[in-house]
Design a protein around this ligand. Structure first.
Ligand code: LLP
Length: 388
C-alpha cells in the first residue's frame, strides 16, 4: 500500500464513528414517524455518501449534481428531496424525469415554473412549500436562514398570494410544508420555537391547501467543535425529543441532517512546510489551506488542531498561528494555538472536518482536489500535480 502519510494534505474519515453516529440517530427515531434525510451538501465524498445510503435514510439535495450523486451512491429517487432557492429549469426537469420524491419550493415565481415544466413533461410532482417562519437560529449570521431578512422560503406576502391562486397550479400536488432555520444550532430552544411556529402555521396551510400530508423541519443540529473527543456524537436524543414534545401535528416528520451526522468523523491531515517567525508570532505554514477547509476564513470558525499521534504532549510546546499557503491573510486554520514544538515535516490533524470541508473545497490558486482516506485505509484519490 502507498504510504499515504507522505501524500498530505488529505481528508481522513473514521467510518466506525460514522457508523456509531448513524446508529444513535436510528436508535432515537425507531418506532416513530420520524424520517431522516442526509443533507449531501455537508459531505459529498462518494465513500461517505455510499456508506450512508446503505442505511435507512433518504437524501436532501440542492442541485442536479447532488441528485445525480445521490442516485449513483444508491439512494432511491423516492427518498430524495430537492431544495434550493434558485433551481434552474434544467434542474427541475432533471428532478421530474428522475421521479424525485419531493420538491421543496421556496417562492411564487418558482412554483409557477415547476407547474409549467411539470405540465410540459406530463408529470405531477409532489411539492412542499418552504415557509420562512421568522425564527432566529441564534447561530452565525452567515448560516442563519429562517428570518424574514433571509432569502429563503416563501415570505408571508408571497404565501398569501399563493393561497389565492393555488388551484390554478394543476400540474403539481401541494402536499405539505418545509422549514429550515439555520445550521450549527446548539440551543434546543430554537427547535422548540420552530415547533411552536409550525403549530401556528399548519392550520393556515390547511385552510387553503387541505390536510397536511408532509412536514419537513430541516436540519441544523450543531456539534461540539471544542471537544470532539468528549462529544463525538451529538445529543440526538434531546434533539428529537424537543420536536416530539413540542410539535402538534399528525403526520410523519422529516429531518434533513448534515453536519451532525458527518462532522466529527472527518479530519484534515496536513504537513508543516515551514516554521516562520515574525516578532512575537510563530507561524506554522502547512500544505493545506482555505481551499481544503474554508470555514475559518469564511465564518471565523474554530477547529481543534493537534499534532498527529501526539495530541496530549504539550511539554516544550509553543504557540502557533497555523496558516495555509494561499495568497490571502484569511487563509488560516487557527491563531495562537498551543501545540507541541513543531518542525518542518510534522503532521497536524485538524478536527471536525467531516462536514463542509471537502464539499466546500476550491480550486483557487491553481490547487486541485485532494484525496481522502477512510478508516478502512482505502486510498481514493490524491492531488495530481500536472507537470508540463
Ligand atoms: N436543509 C437545508 C434546507 C439546508 O440549507 C441545510 C444546510 C441543511 C438542511 C443541513 O443543515 P445541517 O444539518 O448540516 O446544519 N457551510 C456552512 C453551513 C451551511 C449550511 C447550509 N444549509 C458551515 O460550514 O458551517
Amino acid at each position: 500500500m502507498l504510504n499515504y502519510m507522505q501524500n498530505t494534505p488529505y481528508y481522513f474519515y473514521d467510518l466506525d464513528l460514522l457508523n456509531r453516529t448513524i446508529n444513535e440517530v436510528e436508535l432515537n427515531i425507531r418506532n416513530s414517524a420520524f424520517r431522516v434525510h442526509y443533507a449531501i451538501k455537508a459531505n459529498n465524498n462518494k465513500k461517505v455518501v455510499s456508506f450512508i445510503a446503505k442505511r435507512n435514510f433518504g437524501a436532501d439535495c440542492v442541485s442536479a449534481g447532488e441528485i445525480m450523486l445521490a442516485l449513483e451512491c444508491g439512494f432511491n429517487s423516492a427518498d430524495i428531496v430537492f431544495a434550493g432557492v434558485g433551481k434552474t429549469d434544467e434542474e427541475i426537469e432533471y428532478a421530474l424525469l428522475n421521479n424525485i420524491g419531493m420538491l421543496h419550493c421556496e417562492g411564487l415565481e418558482e412554483i409557477q415554473v415547476i407547474n409549467e415544466i411539470a405540465g410540459r413533461l406530463n408529470r405531477r410532482p409532489r411539492v412542499a412549500l418552504r415557509l420562512n417562519p421568522d425564527v432566529d437560529a441564534r447561530t452565525h449570521e452567515k448560516i442563519s436562514t429562517g428570518k424574514y431578512e433571509n432569502k429563503f422560503g416563501f415570505s408571508p406576502e408571497e404565501f398569501a398570494e399563493l393561497t389565492q391562486q393555488g388551484s390554478s397550479l394543476q400540474h403539481i400536488e401541494i402536499v405539505g410544508l418545509h422549514f429550515h432555520v439555520g445550521s450549527q444550532i446548539t440551543d434546543t430552544v430554537v427547535f422548540k420555537e420552530l415547533s411552536e411556529r409550525i403549530n401556528e402555521l399548519v392550520p393556515v396551510y390547511e385552510k387553503y391547501f387541505g390536510t397536511l400530508h408532509y412536514l419537513n423541519v430541516g436540519g441544523g443540529l450543531g456539534i461540539d467543535y471544542q471537544n470532539p473527543d468528549v462529544n463525538p456524537i451529538p445529543d440526538f436524543r434531546n434533539y428529537f425529543e424537543t420536536f416530539r414534545q413540542n410539535l402538534n401535528v399528525n403526520v410523519p416528520v422529516h429531518f434533513e441532517l448534515g453536519r451532525s451526522i458527518v462532522a466529527q468523523c472527518g479530519s484534515l491531515r496536513t504537513k508543516v512546510v515551514y516554521i516562520k517567525r515574525s516578532g512575537a508570532k510563530t507561524f506554522a505554514v502547512v500544505d493545506a489551506g482555505m481551499t481544503e477547509l474554508l470555514r475559518p476564513a469564511m465564518y471565523n470558525a474554530y477547529h481543534k488542531i493537534e499534532k498527529y499521534n501526539n495530541a496530549l504532549a504539550l511539554s516544550n510546546g509553543g504557540v502557533y498561528d497555523v496558516v495555509g499557503p494561499l495568497c490571502e491573510s484569511s487563509d488560516f486554520f487557527g491563531k495562537n494555538v498551543p501545540l507541541p514544538e513543531l518542525k518542518r515535516g510534522d503532521i497536524l490533524t485538524i478536527r471536525s472536518c467531516g462536514a463542509y470541508a471537502e464539499s466546500m473545497s476550491l480550486n483557487y490558486n491553481g490547487r486541485t482536489k485532494i484525496g481522502s482516506v477512510t478508516s478502512e485505509h482505502v486510498l481514493t484519490q490524491f492531488r495530481i500535480i500536472k507537470v508540463a
